[in-house]
Design a protein around this ligand. Sequence first.
Ligand SMILES: [Zn+2]
Ligand SMILES: [Zn+2]
Length: 257
Amino acid sequence: MRFASLASGSRGNCLVAESGGTRVLLDCGLSPRETARRLGRLGLAPADLSAILVTHEHDDHVGGAFAFAAAHELTVYLTRGTLQAAAGAGKVVEGVHTELVDGRAGFAIGGVQARPFTVPHDAREPVQYVLCDGARSLGVLTDIGAPTPHVLEMLSGCDALVLECNHDRAMLRDGGYPRWLKERIGGPLGHLDNDQAAELLGALDRSRLQHVIGAHLSQQNNRPALARAALARALDCAEDWVGLATQDEGFAWRDLR
Ligand SMILES: [Zn+2]
Ligand SMILES: [Zn+2]
């Protein structure tokens, strides 16, 4: 199994995971054209994909999903609440095949096993995912206000983690965002800050971890070095071992062995 990111952050998220000849996109918050361009950077074409999993209806996750799926005849997997909310916001393209996801039930797409789990976030019915090939597993967690016991259980024992480090608490507090937005981002249905991500990581079973990558970093309210230092502290490892996903580059392929 291997995985890479096309983009990560509030201007668009998109990750690709590959196992047994199956490739799925996890979220598609870029334009179809940009998604195809960045897939090319990873040596892939849209025709190499099997499906798109959408975690929730926020534009940085669903923005390009339906147009890309329509252009390349891909199925979109999402919860009923996400579908309804996306449809209500005019983000669903007629004629695209969808599969409804139960946030408590795993399913398979070819060689990729998907295990969705529910998260507290200010969306209709958001989920995040653990993706597996039967032996190795990648946990992806972004867009969550606060960790829950369920989230800890789902991410414990994963072989790789992509983990939200949205903001530095002091930078958000002292920054220029309006108060309502600061409260939304920092609140229990918003986003994880660096310390929360580190705390969550510290509370997990980390015994199998081959990769840890900080993701969904705010360009206004965080610095890569702060996120990396927080995760390295929790892992008790060198800072350069911790990967970071960026808005423009995502991150290159990582192999799970
Ligand atoms: Zn997001
Ligand atoms: Zn969101």
